[in-house]
Design a protein around this ligand. Sequence first.
Ligand SMILES: [Zn+2]
Length: 473
Amino acid sequence: MTRRLIVWAAAIAALIAGAVWLADNPGSATLEWRGWRVDSSVAVLIGAVAAVAIAAAIIYRGAWALWGLPRRLLFWRRMARREKGYRTLTRGLVAVAAGEAEEARKLAARAEKLLGDPPLTKLLTAQAAQLIGDETAARKHFADMLDRPETAFLGLRGLILAARKEGNRAAALEYAKRAYAIRPKTSWAATTLLDLQIGQSLWREALTTVEAAIRHGILTGEDGRRRRVVVLLACSGAAGESGEAKAALDFARRASGLDPDFLPATLRHAGLLIGGGRGRQAAKLIQDAWSRTPHPELARLFLSIHAGEDAIGRMRRMERLAAHNSGHVESHLALAAAAVDAKLWATARKHFDEAEEAGRRDGRLCRLRADAEEAEHGDTEAARRWLVAAAEAAPDPAWVCGDCGAVWRHWTPVCGRCESFAGLAWSTPEHVREDVPAQKPLPSGGTEMVEASAPAPVPTGDAAFAETRPAGS
Ligand SMILES: [Zn+2]
């Protein structure tokens, strides 16, 4: 600003200096042309020349502006149209998010008209079609998006969601593979592909995907490790079913190595070792696991290493295993079972009592006591009482789905009821609660008020339930 002021001041000063100099040095000028003659002073001549130059400059600028006007008008119109188009597009996307199907469809059509064919209008048109329920049109619009690299991923995403919605798993998997190839480091692409591979039991492909997802930091920590281990176990199971014994064992070994505390991995690994005649290795694995997480299936596997052994031999063997975690309720239960089997009644009773002290009276313990009563004394009445107690005791622990609560005898990678992956955990299933008696309708008159205010009966079902809960849980 100040610079401009200085330039102006300098220009005015120069003009004044020039005028003063011209006044001090007057002169005359004469112009003759085709019989015309003009007599003037030099000052006036210079002034006239300056005026003509300024006028020419103004005319030139004006003519130039007029010349470019149509082009500029067109440009402005296009800009206004684009702006309107993008505003319409934005409103359309908002309408999609709000679930206003008809509004979204109208805005999609308008945006397409205003903007021509930019990638985002395709997405809006497809989503609007989806909202209306026109899946065929939506699929077509999503498929159109595959032609351009910048919209291919978005188009595939729409196609995957549409395929999953209509239960077409094979198509969803194909699209997911393409989406994953475009953006392997995108969490959505990797986890979607993994889910679909798991859903179709493509375990070796799932293993590649889960390992890449861990490498890319998409699956992390305990969650990533657990998924990897469960996929490895599923690979082992599939290999076993197709007769690849060595591959089955390799997968199981990797799984139990990655997560030694994950029981299904230990059980699978130990079971395969025993099946392959490597009892010593299996025994070491089982004893190691028993010290951390004793489990009835571990005990069963441990005894199966030496098939054909007599009951006393099995008792001695079980004592060696239980010594790795001697205070645990599972150790007492395993020893009690072996003692009943070997008819060592005093030992059995000792472990019954210790199991009850260490844990609780669950169904397994009650059933063992029933067996003992019948075998030792032939007391069927006492046995019957224990069986009744077993029915009323806390349910046996089992593999329980964390998502749907389904209870399974054997662990599987995928829940057989809700298909959730890696959701089964060894725990005590919830007691089946008695249904609450149907509530009486609200009292409408004075006579019923008396009845309504009478003391409510003690809910026996729930009280019994509360008593049988384990102390620790
Ligand atoms: Zn489930």
